[in-house]
Write a protein that binds this ligand. Structure first.
Ligand SMILES: Nc1ncnc2c1ncn2[C@@H]1O[C@H](COP(=O)(O)OP(=O)(O)OP(=O)(O)O)[C@@H](O)[C@H]1O
Ligand SMILES: [Mg+2]
Length: 282
């Protein structure tokens, strides 16, 4: 195949399987998942609890638990990252993939100030002076709606509320303007106003930086308002995938229909999504 830079997906997952060995036999958390993520698109991964959404994102980050066995190919900019060593993978994380974890304390270090954590990646992956990195970190904290970034920079994670920690983590992931952003339920812990601010930030990152974003959510309203395409997961498999309009407008799979029926907000979200699209196309 003669693929050019522009056409090649920024992320390509092929035949991904994740197995946990157990006394009762092997358990397939992920069972043959394949999908592509293009530049400048938001792909939503939806599905019930335990369907394998987080395991999919941890596979891409190569951060699966020790007990998990992974098979399949994961290509980032055409490079198979499953073959990379630990050090090389550390460079890929942060610089090329940012991740917003479902649980903020997973990625924030309890013994380091927010300033240290916000500037660490900028100093490591971009050639910034400490002063420049600090200025950029402050700007990123402001972007995610933190009113007194100076004060927050001097604090430790445990001194912040859950919502604030979530925002700091989002700011840290956005700071490096990664080509790929994985956001695992990024707004679940946030109140509605901040939630829509954060979703706006994701759309902004996609439009301004051309990042590809994998947005994991169980909220169909969020999918309708934010995503371009959607993949529906259940029991470690992708049941159906397509544009948001196609999948939400005419779901093929019985499970997708059930998922949609349980979300009364979908109509409203879809209408907003459509009118925004039409506005953008005009
Ligand atoms: N360390 C582990 N050992 C064994 N099984 C695990 C482990 N971690 C996760 N699993 C199982 O893998 C499956 C997929 O889990 P995963 O966390 O990806 O679900 P999810 O779709 O992210 O769910 P949620 O919406 O609740 O976050 C689940 O059945 C889960 O119980
Ligand atoms: Mg999860």
């Amino acid at each position: 195949m003669n693929e050019t830079e522009g056409q090649r997906p920024v992320l390509s997952v092929r035949d991904l399987s994740v197995t946990f060995a157990a006394k009762a036999g092997a358990f397939n958390a992920i069972d043959g998942v394949s999908f592509d993520l293009a530049r400048g698109e938001i792909l939503a991964l939806v599905g019930e609890s335990g369907s394998g959404k987080s395991m999919t994102s941890l596979s891409i980050m190569q951060l699966l638990p020790e007990a998990a066995q992974m098979r399949g190919r994961i290509e980032i900019d055409g490079q198979d990252v499953t073959a990379l060593g630990r050090r090389q993978m550390e460079d890929v994380r942060g610089a090329r993939i940012g991740m917003i974890f479902q649980e903020p304390m997973t990625s924030l270090n309890p013994v380091l100030t927010i300033a240290r954590q916000m500037t660490e990646g900028l100093l490591r992956h971009q050639r910034l002076s400490r002063r420049e990195a600090t200025a950029q970190a402050l700007a990123c904290l402001e972007e995610v709606g933190i009113a007194e970034p100076d004060r927050v920079m001097a604090q430790y994670p445990h001194q912040l509320s859950g919502g604030m920690r979530q925002r700091v983590m989002i700011a840290a992931a956005l700071a490096l303007r990664p080509g790929i952003l994985i956001a695992d339920e990024p707004t679940t812990a946030l109140d509605v106003t901040v939630q829509s601010q954060v979703l706006d930030l994701l759309v902004d990152l996609k439009l301004r930086s051309g990042s590809g974003i994998l947005l994991i959510t169980h909220d169909i309203g969020v999918v309708a308002e934010t995503a371009d395409r959607v993949a529906v997961m259940r029991h470690g498999r992708i049941l159906e995938t397509g544009t948001v309009d196609a999948v939400l407008g005419a779901p093929q799979h019985a499970y997708t229909k059930t998922l949609l029926a349980s979300h009364l907000t979908v109509e409203k979200g879809l209408m907003r999504h459509r009118s925004e699209r039409e506005g953008a196309d005009a």
